[in-house]
Design a binder for this molecule. Structure first.
Ligand SMILES: O=C(O)C(=O)C[C@]1(C(=O)O)C=C[C@@H](O)C=C1
Length: 372
């Protein structure tokens, strides 16, 4: 190809067109290879699994490390996750249940983890996400577990009390609330702002400063708020940018939350435990024995081995009056020697112990909770 003249815009764009055609041809070559992999997997085991999370993690890590720039590093991960999601859809699309409706932050987390070519199965409740995976209607489930400003999501913790499902990954996503408007509307014309009460709370200062004239209207989810704003000639919504895309609204102002570093941690529920990566987390559900010092006896085996307890949360078991379950997050994998020893001691010191899963720790901000 002839070198483009850097001073000539049309020349530069022609050169970009030529590169795009090569990228497209290579993508199709790659898709053909993935389809061939799919045919082999089908012949070996018709039920699958077709999804190979460990292979995906290796591909992403290798390409991120190999990227010499100027293409931005984080975009390498996003784009290749999408490419593999699209290639997998030629083999067998992944069915991913999540707390819906479409456009919620949990949907965003699911897309981040599995790409846009996975099959979306939005569910009305957290319980329903668990049931969809338990019954085999979905390959994976995604549920929120804690928010940096609002704290624990109790219904997710409660669902683990009655579910055999394992946690196979975590996703840490920045939660950026945006102000969404119908394309023809200006801020000055807005009379109603729709959103979930939590989202309205997260953006209180911005809304008071920029939309003092508008009423706040509570909606069951940020996505439902976007749908309501679409139907209201004087309405706006506080929701994700994905919701703007899905409901045909414009992003009038991005990142309007009062706390810039707002983030939510999500869990991926699946059939299989993740293998150790060296930077893992283990989630435990423990019932303490009744009596003085019971909690201390649960924590001691961890402290003695220098295992870092990153979270402890208690919930009533709803089986016996005043009986509590403790949810512990500990850094390390259940297959690591110190953790395996600590778990044996914990089992002896507790009324019951369930390992909910060991999985790679998400990198704050990067949302990287790759499946192992
Ligand atoms: O290597 C495989 O097992 C594939 O199916 C190919 C591929 C890919 O596109 O690279 C697609 C989906 C899997 O989850 C992992 C990788």
């Amino acid at each position: 190809m002839q070198r483009p003249d850097p001073a000539n815009l049309a020349d530069l764009r022609r050169a970009i067109d030529a590169v795009d055609e090569q990228v497209l041809a290579l993508l199709n070559q790659r898709a053909g290879l993935a389809a061939e992999v799919g045919r082999r997997k089908l012949a070996a085991a018709p039920e699958g699994p077709f999804h190979a999370p460990r292979r995906e993690r290796e591909v992403l890590a290798r390409l991120e490390a190999a990227n010499a720039g100027p293409f931005p590093g984080p975009a390498v991960r996003t784009i290749f996750q999408e490419i593999m999601s699209a290639c997998l859809s030629l083999e067998k699309p992944l069915r991913v249940a999540f707390l819906g409706p479409e456009g919620t932050f949990t949907h965003l987390a699911a897309r981040h983890q599995f790409g846009g070519s996975s099959q979306s199965l939005p569910q009305g409740t957290i319980q329903a996400v668990f049931r969809a995976v338990e019954r085999g209607g979905a390959d994976y489930g995604v549920v929120p577990v804690e928010n940096a400003t609002e704290g624990a999501v109790d219904s997710t913790l409660d669902a683990f009390l009655d579910s055999p499902l394992r946690i196979c990954a975590e996703i840490l996503l920045p939660v950026d609330q945006a102000l969404l408007l119908r394309p023809e509307l200006d801020l000055g014309a807005v009379r109603r702002v729709y959103s979930h009460p939590q989202a309205l709370g997260q953006c209180r200062r911005w809304l008071e400063a920029h939309l003092p004239q508008a009423d706040r209207v509570e909606a069951p989810s940020t996505s439902e708020a976007a749908r309501l704003a679409r139907e209201d000639a004087e309405g706006a919504a506080v929701a994700s940018e994905l919701a703007a895309e899905l409901f045909g609204l414009k992003v009038a102002e991005p990142r309007i939350q009062d706390l810039a570093a707002n983030a939510t941690r999500f869990l991926v529920l699946g059939p299989k435990e993740a293998e150790p990566t060296g930077r893992d987390r283990t989630s435990l559900l423990v019932l303490a024995q009744d009596g003085p010092g019971a909690l201390l006896r649960l924590l001691e085996p961890l402290a003695r081995r220098g295992l870092n307890l990153s979270r402890i949360q208690s919930r009533p078991t709803r089986r016996r009056l005043w009986e509590y379950a403790f949810f512990l997050d500990v850094e390390g994998h259940a297959a690591d020697a110190p953790m395996a020893e600590a778990l044996a001691d914990l089992r002896a010191a507790s009324a019951s112990l369930k390992v909910l899963g060991s999985y790679p720790r998400a990198v704050p901000g990067a949302g990287d909770g790759s499946l192992g």
